[in-house]
Ligand binder design. Structure first.
Ligand code: ADP
Ligand code: MG
Length: 276
């Protein structure tokens, strides 16, 4: 049968769509053209339909690329985060931060403090995931790893370029800032990163030590003060002072049923442990 679209040069059209970088249209047009011909679509409807598909496919591929470059922790999502285990933080506020980009636009920071096992890395990665799914670019990195890379860049006289390359990320997650060691601190690359992003690009920092203990993260007290000052100037701070999530679950399993996890606040948990 001689359908109208066979009267054009399909090979040439494939070539054109390749050159124009329209892979979704290239794959889809024969099927859509057939339907359009059969059902008598106006030309504009056909064009709009395949253009929508190209755009949707482009978004999907971009998010896939951003997920690959983001190095998030696997399996850590907001859906699997038990907010009732961290009663001092508001789920609504976290959801708002994960959904909206006002704070990213002004380069505000998010700081998560709390003892090990309290869910800081999980929450940080989960927020990163939600932001990537909403079209943003995020990089999750252990602070010590990034500091090492920046130190190497400094040795090659390429620190500024390395810091500039991180500008492509709307959010840079520095996990475990307080684990930066003395010799890493001596080169001040972390301070330069924080200064470069100040009021422009957001940082999400997790640390098990509050600011008072950051003396060894930066080369000297003046720099520590300046770094903290820039970090907190536009910042949302979550203090996740809860007992280790894994430890709590182990304890609850030992106790057996009768106390739902959601009621095990840090205070009554401590009491329960003392009474044992
Ligand atoms: P931190 O970074 O504060 O040391 P993690 O985020 O690494 O803590 O949490 C330790 C483990 O416990 C991880 O496997 C994490 O997924 C889990 N976890 C911690 N808090 C929660 C929570 N509120 N809901 C679900 N899982 C949690
Ligand atoms: Mg952690």
């Amino acid at each position: 049968m001689n359908t109208p679209h066979t009267s054009i040069d399909a090979a040439r059209l494939s070539f054109l769509l390749n050159e124009l970088r329209l892979p979704a249209i290239k794959t889809l047009w024969p099927r859509f053209a057939e339907t359009a011909d059969k059902e008598g679509w106006p030309a504009a409807r056909f064009l709009a339909a395949i253009a929508e598909h190209e755009l949707a496919e482009r978004d999907r591929r971009r998010i896939e690329r951003h997920l690959a470059e983001g190095k998030l922790l696997p399996g850590k999502t907001l859906e699997t985060f038990a907010f009732d285990a961290v009663p001092m933080i508001s789920k609504a506020q976290v959801m708002a931060l994960a959904a909206a980009d006002a704070w990213l636009e002004k380069g505000a920071n998010l700081l998560l403090f709390g003892p090990p096992g309290g869910g800081k890395s999980h929450l940080a990665s989960a927020i990163g995931l939600a932001l990537i799914e909403n079209g943003h670019r995020v990089l999750f990195t252990r602070t010590t790893d990034l500091v090492q890379k920046l130190q190497a860049a400094r040795r090659d006289l390429a620190l500024e370029a390395a810091i500039n390359r991180l500008d492509r990320f709307d959010l840079l997650i520095l996990d475990d800032l307080a684990y930066v060691t003395k010799d890493q601190a001596e080169t001040s690359v972390l301070f330069e990163l924080i200064s470069a992003r100040y009021e422009r690009r957001s940082l999400l920092i997790t640390a098990n030590q509050p600011f008072g203990e950051w003396g060894k993260v930066f080369p000297d007290p003046a720099m520590t003060l300046a770094a903290v000052d820039r970090l907190v100037h536009h910042a949302i701070i979550f203090e996740m002072n809860v007992e280790s999530y894994r430890r709590r679950h182990a304890l609850e399993r030992k106790r057996g049923p009768g106390r739902p996890a959601s009621q095990a606040t840090p205070a009554n948990l401590a009491e329960a442990e003392l009474a044992e």
